[in-house]
Ligand binder design. Structure first.
Ligand SMILES: Cc1ncc(COP(=O)(O)OP(=O)(O)O)c(N)n1
Ligand SMILES: Cc1ncsc1CCOP(=O)(O)O
Ligand SMILES: [Mg+2]
Length: 205
């Protein structure tokens, strides 16, 4: 079974909430509510609808970027990148009960997040994607092989989620690099039936 974190996205066909609902129906147990270029009030409104849905499906809910909102709404955690609140500061606000994920593109990022107390790493992008603007350099399989071996050498044990332009066909090779899970958005939302695609991906290993 593939550990899948679904990243919400608004498309011509689906709202943020609908995108998450389909992933949940397909069996995804880990949703990241990622809403860009919208107000905090809009994120809160969707999060309030999504939280009971996640609970119903026994899925974790992570908010992208918004530490204070994650605390206020008592979701399961947050995901933070370079331009977001530093992880050690977020930890002070959220305490140990919340999951904090950090974005890494290099081994140096990994070390920084490890020292700051991250619970998992989102390492990417695997390849180019239009889902995120201002992408860091593409890693490809070689990038994961290099970072995972540097982590092993440094005895850094943290769950790693690969992200960025990943398709169902990429998953076996990515997991062979030692990565623990996969984060996906576009591949699922472009599928004719996103519910079935989610199920297919989760069951593919
Ligand atoms: C699992 C996961 N990995 C990486 C990211 C990217 O986070 P960030 O660098 O903060 O960029 P934005 O998503 O905020 O545009 C992520 N969200 N999730
Ligand atoms: C949030 C994020 N961070 C790096 S790539 C990415 C987008 C992931 O979405 P997709 O699976 O559609 O490329
Ligand atoms: Mg961010």
């Amino acid at each position: 079974m593939v550990s899948l974190q679904f990243i919400t996205h608004q498309t011509e066909r689906y709202s943020y909430l609908e995108s998450a609902r389909m992933a949940l129906e397909g069996g995804c147990k880990w949703i990241q509510l990622r809403m860009k270029e919208v107000s905090l009030e809009e994120v809160e409104a969707v999060a309030l609808q999504l939280k009971p849905l996640c609970k119903e499906h026994e899925a974790m809910l992570i908010l992208d970027d918004h530490v204070e909102l994650a605390k206020k709404l008592e979701v399961d955690g947050v995901h933070l990148g370079k331009k977001d609140m530093p992880i050690d500061q977020a930890r002070q606000i959220l305490g140990e009960a919340f999951i904090i994920g950090g974005t890494a593109n290099t081994f140096e990022d990994v070390v920084q997040h490890y020292r700051a107390g991250a619970d998992y790493l989102g390492i990417g992008p695997f390849r180019f994607t239009t889902t995120k603007k201002n992408l860091s350099p593409v890693l490809g399989l070689e990038g994961y092989v290099a970072i995972m071996s540097q982590m092993k050498e440094a005895n850094i044990e943290l769950p790693v989620v690969a992200i960025g332009g990943i398709t169902a066909e990429d998953i076996p090779a990515i997991l062979r690099t030692g990565v623990n899970g996969i984060a996906m958005s576009g591949t699922i939302l472009r599928a004719e039936n996103p519910v079935e695609e989610t199920r297919r991906i989760i069951d593919s290993d």
